[in-house]
Design a protein around this ligand. Sequence first.
Ligand SMILES: Cc1cc2nc3c(=O)[nH]c(=O)nc-3n(C[C@H](O)[C@H](O)[C@H](O)COP(=O)(O)OP(=O)(O)OC[C@H]3O[C@@H](n4cnc5c(N)ncnc54)[C@H](O)[C@@H]3O)c2cc1C
Length: 411
Amino acid sequence: MTESQSNAAADPFAAGKPKRLPAPNSDFYEVYETLPAEEFATVKRVRAFLETKIAPVITDYWVNDAFPFELLPAVKVLGIGGLGMHGYGCAGGSVALAGFVQMELARIDPSFATFIGVHNGLAMGSIYIDGSEQQKQKWLPPMAQFEKVGCFGLTEPLVGSGTSGGMLTTAKREGDGWVLNGEKRWIGNAPWCDISIIWARDVADNQVKGFIVENKATPGFSVEKIQNKIALKVVQNGHITLKGVRVPEANRLQGGNSFRDTARVLKMTRYAVAWMATGCAMGAYETALEYAQERLQFGKPIASFQLVQDLLAKMIANITASQCLITRQAQLHAEGKLTDAHAALAKAFTTAKCRETVAWARELLGGNGIVADYKAARFFADAEALYSYEGTYQMQNLIVGRAITGLAAFV
Ligand SMILES: Cc1cc2nc3c(=O)[nH]c(=O)nc-3n(C[C@H](O)[C@H](O)[C@H](O)COP(=O)(O)OP(=O)(O)OC[C@H]3O[C@@H](n4cnc5c(N)ncnc54)[C@H](O)[C@@H]3O)c2cc1C
């Protein structure tokens, strides 16, 4: 074969007849194969639901700052309420399965993944981890069925990263109950959900405690939707005001007696956000690769250019590194060895790599990369919120820094 013949054979477009190019696949190291067959089948079922029901409509909701309430009945039958939690009507399964499903959700839409993450991880997780047996029996079954949807109120307008020591919302014991006063900001699902986990500082002992508030039926509890967000626009975030909100002692999380107990919940949700950040990067990469295979410039698909392949290779490397890290994170979790620092490192690393990856994806779409219809822009914007919520990049690295140096550097 001559050199030019050999070049023609290597170039699928040289003969004027394109050959079939490989479909975008963000599972380069076959990490999905680490799941047992039954759990892999669940992931495939979730992927089919997301690709047929969520993907076709979600960009419109995102652009319009709206939540797809009409899809909730289908979500209820999907059977993912309380994944990774056992008993109390929860979906069960391994912590790896819970992670893979969060990754799948974010691969299609990080907002929808966040809605599920707030409900399953933050709200149900608080009751599962810090609730008494009675509280779990009462609240978890309807939540696992999405009959009651939850939110988690920790952050405040004036106190974000510093909630462990500086929380301003107060809880005061009065008779057989408690009175809550204060404000919470950024609370996902709050404008429409049924149950709020509210964290407040007990004025008697200065410790942070958790309360289950039936927000729609509790006087003094009001929520305003946060407007004009540029990320995770499908999630409805609320600014909550608590004015003399009365909560019975039966609704105080019986195992939530200090910020250490709040942190036990945050460890689990940071574990999950690492999966979501990886899913967000996967969605962006697949979008960019598909585009690059189809978009012609200089008479050739842009995917055939060396500089474009360099970006695509760096993207799949980021994703593969993140996937391997979180798969190991799942093993540590399953063995009961996951520490705050493990979860913090995974959250920080994957969100940083996600941010880098979605920016490259947006770049590869050129001008179309800033139009929501092409999906890359949605992943690009959403990555910013994943990077900052559940504790910012800096806070995660301070947790890791404390673990590896033995010295706390928060203040
Ligand atoms: C879309 C979205 C959804 C959210 N959902 C929820 C929810 O459902 N429930 C909830 O309770 N909260 C929620 N949050 C809040 C989120 O957890 C906070 O935004 C986050 O913890 C950071 O707090 P902050 O925004 O007040 O930033 P700040 O704490 O004011 O931080 C601002 C900057 O200063 C840096 N910084 C702060 N302290 C230090 C330090 N000691 N050293 C170095 N740097 C520091 C931070 O890293 C950051 O870069 C959500 C946020 C967003 C954006």
